[in-house]
Design a protein around this ligand. Structure first.
Ligand code: HEM
Ligand code: FPP
Length: 305
């Protein structure tokens, strides 16, 4: 009997879909060293996307393997293929290794070395540093571990240009600062799960109110960080409009989190965080390719740095 559904679940398909979406947008935002827009070639576009996707899926499968004991104890994850025994640890190991090896072959042979190396570090960062160590070690686990999940736009960018650009790092910074409100909103709702599994997530170790303050802090920081692409001249007014409107929405959730009596409200914020990131990146792309090249609006800010 085929276990396609179980193997697919190991790859965290929806999380990885958003990671790959951000990577692809990173590809289409790339500029060369003179600041001119560049497009991915069919090869860098196709194989870059494939390599990043396979590496993220591999990291997700390793996460299932390393977390199997924890996953059995939490209601949200107790149906996972290793927790239920539908797949064996050896099957998951072989699957995760295979995806990882193929991803590296694709990136090294068909994309470029820089992308392969950075993707490899992201894979290790999530699968080993975050999952096997940080997650169990400190309530700042997801802040530090968030670096791996924030890498995709940089990976997409380097797949196209073969070099790192400060603009790409702004995109990384956005996802890095977005991760704590994204995750802690869910963690507040799932605090009993984490406490049963003895995972030191912030709401477990420091309580829900403390976590709400942290969420608010990072949401304000996120609002400021999302202004950077405009302030550095990377993007124009259409992007700025999107970032401000979406950011006000996120801030509203972060403030309302203190007073809402709806138990499900943190999950509403969590769901909003996903829409937020998707639409923000869509704005980056639309602004980059529409505003100047098509509509000819002279709306860029003279960079302050
Ligand atoms: C350390 C960083 C992160 C942590 C700890 C985290 C944590 C989580 C958790 C616990 C879930 C619920 C998963 C489930 O129930 O299956 C989730 C869902 C999700 N995350 Fe994250 N996340 C992180 C980073 C990211 C990043 C970087 C992205 C994308 C750019 C992302 C996108 C998503 C999406 C799209 C979902 C919804 C999945 C679904 O509907 O099943 N996450 N995240
Ligand atoms: C190569 C590359 C870009 C790697 C990044 C890979 C990746 C899948 C990042 C997503 C982060 C994520 C879903 C964290 C949740 O893990 P968790 O263990 O806290 O959540 P869980 O309890 O749902 O498993």
């Amino acid at each position: 009997m085929t276990k396609f559904k179980q193997y697919l679940e190991l790859t965290k398909p929806r999380v990885v879909a958003l990671l790959v979406f951000c990577a692809v947008i990173g590809m289409f935002l790339a500029v060369d060293s003179d600041g001119n827009r560049v497009l991915p070639t069919w090869q860098s576009g196709l194989f870059g996307t494939l390599g990043i996707w396979l590496a993220s899926a591999s990291a997700a499968a390793f996460n299932h393997l390393i977390d199997q004991r924890i996953d059995k104890l939490m209601a949200r994850t107790s149906h996972r293929p290793l927790a239920t025994g539908e797949l064996t640890p050896m099957q998951v190991f072989v699957f995760a290794m295979s995806l990882g090896i193929v991803s590296m072959l694709v990136l090294v042979l068909l994309v470029n070395m820089l992308t392969a190396v950075l993707t490899f570090f992201s894979l290790i960062g999530y699968a080993v540093i975050y999952t096997a160590y940080l997650k169990r070690a400190t309530p700042q686990n997801i802040v530090i571990g968030g670096l791996a999940g924030a890498a995709p736009p940089v990976l997409g960018w380097t797949a196209v240009t073969g070099s790192l650009h400060p603009y790409a790092l702004q995109l990384l910074l956005i996802i890095f600062v977005w991760t704590p409100p994204h995750f802690w909103a869910l963690a507040i709702f799932r605090v009993d799960d984490y406490s049963r599994a003895q995972v030191p997530m912030l709401p477990v170790t420091h309580g829900v109110t403390f976590t709400r303050w942290h969420i608010l802090f990072y949401t304000v920081l996120l609002f400021l960080v999302t202004l950077l692409p405009f302030l550095t001249g990377m993007n124009g007014l259409i992007y700025l409009f999107g970032a401000v409107v979406l950011g006000i929405g996120f801030l509203w959730y972060a403030v309302r989190l203190f007073s809402s009596t709806d138990d499900f409200f943190p999950m509403k914020m969590f769901n909003y965080s996903i829409i937020y990131l998707m639409v923000l990146f869509a704005f980056l792309l639309a602004d980059h390719w529409l505003v100047e090249p098509v509509i000819h609006l002279p709306v860029r800010f003279e960079p302050i740095v």
